[in-house]
Design a protein around this ligand. Structure first.
Ligand code: KG4
Ligand code: ZN
Length: 338
């Protein structure tokens, strides 16, 4: 079969990223311009600033990716782009850029679901990984247990009923004085703390495979306020370690229960929180115990990047998915069976 080279664009949140991906799994370029230092000043992503920065950076990042791949637009076969879910103004910048390239160069256009991208990040460094498998998607906006039936069909088996895992990390981090994004900082701090120091709740029962993180988040805030009122010093490392343990315990427990029940022997992690060392090692231990194979993307591929979008776009392209010039940003695009 002829090679398929995809130019992929991702602008759903605070990363402007453009990648060149050959045949789905070979990354020739993955340029990422992060806006994190800018949003750090405000304690979280400011949508209006995100859109403006994407507009400023998109052409430079496209040029950078093409240059890294040693290619021009003429070497590209397909244009892939995230069209949801995400911040509407941010998504639109990528969608408009992708449509302009596809139109000017007369190339097929493929719209990609952001979470499908996160899941597909696993294929890039694990050439042996093929569906079906169970994927635990944990990002700033999503917490889902997804049955990946094949490359383009997904069934959501569990979801968060309130905060996403990454969102809980970011909120707790803020409460203990860490800047956005708090996930990686809590992860680091947790290594210095005692995970049994404080007993935070684990929302395990009565929710099937769904998750809830607002309880643990409130418990952390109550713990901090209680200590303040009593004039006691808080131990931020112990809070980080105990909070992380309560989140990781629930994620691991539910993922393993579902894998056992459905008899699935491969489990993958995806999304920004899959970079978490505590989650990775707890999942490794659980999978080893149960005889399951665990996959997770390399650190750069866990958080938002366009290589994962290029990978997902490839499998969508093979299936025949095509978008036209009416492609629009869909901020709450659902993931599911097509
Ligand atoms: O997937 P992502 O880049 O963006 C979304 O699609 O949401 O995920 C970003 C989220 C943030 O909430 C960030 O705090 C969290 O992933 N995160 C982590 C770690 N690295 C990033 N959370 C826990 N531990 C980490 N090491
Ligand atoms: Zn993401």
């Amino acid at each position: 079969m002829k090679d398929v080279t995809i130019l992929a664009i991702e602008t759903s949140c605070d990363e402007t990223s453009v990648a060149v991906v050959r045949n789905g799994r070979e990354v020739l370029a993955n340029s990422i311009s992060t806006q994190i230092p800018l949003h750090e000043l405000y304690g979280g992503v400011v949508p209006e600033i995100a859109s403006r920065m994407h507009v400023e950076k998109i052409n430079l990042v496209i040029e950078d990716a093409l240059q890294t791949a040693g290619m021009t637009f003429d070497d590209i076969d397909v244009v892939g782009v995230t069209y949801g879910p995400g911040l509407v103004g941010a998504l639109l910048v990528g969608v408009v850029a992708a449509k302009a390239i596809a139109f000017a160069k007369n190339k097929p256009l493929v719209g990609v679901h952001h979470i499908e991208g996160h899941i597909s990040a696993n294929y890039i460094e694990h050439l042996d990984l093929e569906p079906p498998f169970l994927c635990l998607v944990v990002s700033g906006g999503h917490t889902n247990l997804v049955y990946v039936e094949d490359y383009t069909n997904y069934e959501i088996m569990g979801r968060t009923r309130d905060d996403a895992a990454g969102e809980a990390y970011d909120k707790v981090a803020r409460a203990i004085g860490l800047t956005y994004p708090g996930g990686p900082k809590i992860d680091k701090l947790a290594k210095e703390g005692n995970k049994d120091a404080i007993k935070f709740p684990r929302a395990m029962k009565d929710s099937g495979y769904d998750f809830s993180f607002s309880g643990v988040k409130s418990a952390v805030l109550n713990h901090i306020n209680g200590a303040k009122m009593k004039g006691e010093e808080i131990n931020v490392a112990d809070i980080a370690a105990s909070f992380q343990a309560s989140v990781v315990d629930v994620l691991v427990e539910k993922a393993m229960q579902l894998a056992k029940k459905k008899n699935i022997d491969k489990i993958a992690l995806a999304g920004g929180v899959s970079a978490n060392q505590g989650l990775r090692s707890a999942m490794e231990a659980a999978c080893q115990k149960e005889g399951k194979k665990l996959y997770y993307p390399g650190l750069k591929l866990c958080t938002d990047n366009a290589a994962m979008i290029g990978c997902a776009a490839y499998y969508e392209y093979l299936k025949g998915t095509r978008a036209d010039m009416t492609l629009n940003a869909v901020p709450n695009l659902p993931l599911g069976k097509k």
